[in-house]
Design a protein around this ligand. Structure first.
Ligand code: GDP
Length: 432
């Protein structure tokens, strides 16, 4: 999600402007000279496009050089932003503090929109034209308080944003797409045979969906699912030697086409390299994951406990996967499959509001800061969730993070927000 930073002297109305953009009143703390406000991100949208607004309140009253302090604040905002809103007070005009910040802004390659706030009436609007002298192009006269001109400003922001993604309001409510995968003989066809299937005519039966004819609709737990590449399951591809390569391509294609994968394993045998490869395909493709241990009926009751421990070890890189012990033959726990799929898909599509995410993150980095490396420790400035399916996060930082610390953040993120059954991706954008 693209980031818009709001920069300017104290009291020019940055918070009011942010409130106006996010469509809330008085949600944001007012500028109070002498009060340090941290960079706070908010979710915003306009005309069906989503972006993050960062309110850069951090004004340092103790700094000896006010202009330098403001410039430093602007500098931080600029590195993390895609677009900068530079706010000045239209009633005051430009000051030397503004000019110091402008110098820095002009050095950066980032698009800057000059906002002349407090233009509550036409005569102030006229005066705002003098702000052309700042050299940032056309000033946008607005009244953040009354809303005057804010629509035009939002249009200008969208124009300047690189690739603000369209908001997918509601995904088309067709059946969810599931891949049932696993090496030969783990019991895929046996499991499939437990569900009532509708082989063809998928296109006719579900209005408005176009479905590959190799898929079929099956009922699992009273719900209809689109099982991708059931043709591959029923025709037994991959039995003869030499076709393993094609079977693996087919598995990869099914995972790619699905939203959630059920990886079937054979509980009566150790987890093999091929099993691990299939699991890796799912995590690397970023699909939700349910691991089903089939043939559980073959496992002696007294071995089950130890087997579970063994499996924990084998799957320690994906502790978040949902695991089921079932038997396609006896029907044991087969009814747990649909709830597991639904849970994994819900995690896969979870979106955490930016404010909530950063509240949590602030507390986390305060309690456990990044270890010091070569005399300095990189700081995480803020985070946004860049997407769902699977959840993707971007951490804006002052420098690269240790792999270990990044894993720590991911683990804590999972502890806080769940994501059971879904991979999550975290990328780090250090300032350059
Ligand atoms: P696929 O190659 O993954 O489609 O596997 P199949 O469904 O053809 O099953 C392979 C073999 O395992 C067959 O002989 C099945 O009868 C047997 N099988 C499948 N599921 C179970 C199970 O839950 N328990 C037991 N004991 N055998 C099973």
């Amino acid at each position: 999600q693209p980031v818009v930073a709001v920069v300017g002297r104290p009291n020019v109305g940055k918070s009011t402007l942010v409130n106006r953009i996010i469509g809330r009143r008085q949600a944001v703390v007012e500028d109070i000279p002498g009060v340090t406000r941290d960079r706070v991100p908010y979710d915003a949208q306009w005309n069906g496009r989503a972006f993050t607004v960062v309110d850069t309140g951090g004004w340092e009253p103790d700094a000896k050089d006010r202009a330098a302090a403001i410039a430093a604040q602007a500098e931080t905002a600029v590195v993390t932003a895609d677009v900068v809103l530079f706010v000045v007070d239209a009633m005051v005009g430009s000051t030397d503090v503004d000019e110091a910040a402008v110098k820095m802004l002009r050095r950066s390659a980032k698009p800057v929109i000059l906002v002349a706030n407090k233009a509550d009436n036409t005569s102030i609007e006229m005066e705002a034209t003098s702000l052309w002298s700042l050299g940032l192009g056309e000033p946008f006269p607005i009244s953040a308080l009354h809303g005057r001109g804010s629509g035009d400003l939002l249009d200008a922001i969208l124009d300047a944003l690189p690739e603000a993604p369209a908001i997918v309001e509601n995904r088309p409510r067709g059946p969810r797409r599931v891949a049932l995968v696993g090496r030969p003989n783990v019991g895929k066809s046996s499991l499939l045979n437990r569900f009532s299937g509708e082989e063809r005519a998928v296109v006719d039966s579900v209005a408005g969906t176009t479905v590959d004819p190799v898929d079929s609709l099956v009922e699992i737990g009273g719900q209809t699912w689109q099982l991708v590449d059931t043709a591959g399951l029923r025709k037994r591809v991959g039995k003869a030697s030499g076709t393993e390569y094609y079977a693996s391509l087919r598995t990869a294609a099914a995972i790619e086409a699905a939203e959630v994968a059920v990886v079937l394993l054979d509980s009566s045998e150790p987890i093999s390299e091929q099993d691990q490869r299939i699991l890796t395909m799912v995590t690397e493709t970023g699909r939700a994951l349910v691991i089903a241990f089939n043939k559980w009926d073959l496992v002696d009751a007294d071995r089950r406990y130890y087997l579970d421990k063994e499996i924990d070890r084998e799957l320690r890189r994906i502790p978040w996967a949902i695991r089921l012990n079932l038997s396609a033959m006896t029907g044991r726990a087969v009814d747990k499959l649909a709830p597991a799929l639904n849970k994994a898909l819900a995690s896969w599509e979870t979106r955490v509001p930016t404010a909530q995410l950063n509240q949590w993150l602030t507390a986390l980095v305060q309690a456990t800061p990044h270890p010091v490396r070569g005399g300095r420790a990189p700081r995480i400035l803020f985070a946004t969730q860049a997407g769902v399916a699977p959840p993707r996060f971007v951490l804006f930082t002052t420098g690269p993070l240790d792999a270990g610390y990044q894993r720590f953040v991911e683990r804590k993120l999972r502890e806080e927000f769940g994501y059971e059954g879904s991979p999550i991706e975290i990328s780090v954008r250090p300032r350059k």
